[in-house]
Design a binder for this molecule. Structure first.
Ligand code: GLV
Length: 299
């Protein structure tokens, strides 16, 4: 067994070298599993990813080779919805900006409490639009209900959930004060919120993305935030990760950023690691993985 202990990410050539002669791979969402890797490791029998998203993996290429892919859905639902709601509140009430203001020594008698001082946006009573009403989207809706929000949602497949009004994506963008993204990144959702869709968003709205970079057009979003048409954004995921320092979103005071930590609690990460291990052990024992993304390989 080869275990990569870092430091840092394992580059593609390193992953190929580590995998030589291995039957299976237990990987993270930072490891790219593409056709080139599969060609270089012809003996690979399974892949188990410690993630729910599998956009770092060429699933079709695995399926063509009959290689099962395991993932870790379910256990990170509430943790990720907590992160999304934390970003929503932080962006609405300008928490990181206020924190920097105080630490930088700007809170002085000349620059202190006043009626318009650090005013933000009300969350209670506002309308939240959920883009993608899977398990995490539904968990976000439960949190929003606790804050007295009206909840709209759009989902690619028809879905009915009590207390949530299903609408088209366009209507959701037009009516929502807050929009939170919860779809998986796939060819059909790449650039789903492009410049045209962002232009439909309500003036003064807030966008939260804890799903994946690549779903939202970052340059169009940065333009809308810089011009003041959108009030703020809370962004945990980026088109390129780690996010390059020159990403325009990083230069904007009304953007709250975190480094892809949606599922980052100690307990949730332990549960994800357990699921990834259980999937790998099943594959090593010649059994079907309990959580398999491409179960057709078993038929
Ligand atoms: C996190 O982003 C995951 O896909 O598990």
């Amino acid at each position: 067994m080869n275990v990569w202990m870092g430091p840092g990410l394992l580059p593609p050539a390193g992953l190929r070298a580590e995998l030589a002669g291995c039957q299976g791979l237990v990987c993270l969402l930072t490891d790219r599993v593409d056709r080139a890797l599969l060609d270089a490791v012809p003996g690979l029998e399974f892949v188990s990813s410690m993630s729910v998203g599998v956009d770092h993996i060429d699933v079709q290429a695995l399926s063509e080779r009959g290689i099962p892919l395991g993932n870790t859905p379910g256990v990170l639902v509430d943790t990720t919805a907590d992160t999304a709601f934390a970003l929503l509140l932080a962006a609405a009430r300008r928490v990181p900006e206020a924190d920097r203001f105080v630490r930088d020594g700007n809170w002085t008698a000349a620059n202190a409490w006043a009626p318009g001082f650090f005013t933000g946006k009300d969350v209670s009573g506002a309308t939240l639009g959920i883009v993608g009403l899977g398990q995490i989207g539904q968990a976000m809706a439960r949190r929003a209900a606790g804050f007295g929000m009206q909840v709209l949602a759009w989902n690619r497949a028809p879905r009915q959930v009590a207390g949530i009004e299903m609408v088209t994506l366009e209507e959701l963008l037009l009516r929502s004060d807050f929009v939170s993204v919860h779809v998986a990144l796939a060819p059909a959702t790449r650039n789903l919120l492009d410049a045209g869709k962002i232009a439909l968003m309500k003036p003064g709205a807030v966008l939260v993305n804890t799903a994946r970079g690549g779903i939202v057009d970052e340059l169009a979003l940065a333009d809308a935030l810089a011009s003041g048409r959108l009030a703020a954004a809370g962004i945990d995921v980026f088109e390129r990760e780690p996010v390059p320092a020159d990403n325009p979103l990083l230069a904007l005071p009304n953007v709250v950023v975190t480094p892809h930590i949606g599922s980052a609690t100690t307990l949730t990460r332990a549960r994800m690691a357990d699921m990834a291990a259980v999937n790998a052990i099943a594959a090593l024992q010649g059994q079907a993985m309990p959580c398999c993304v491409n179960p057709e390989v078993y038929r």
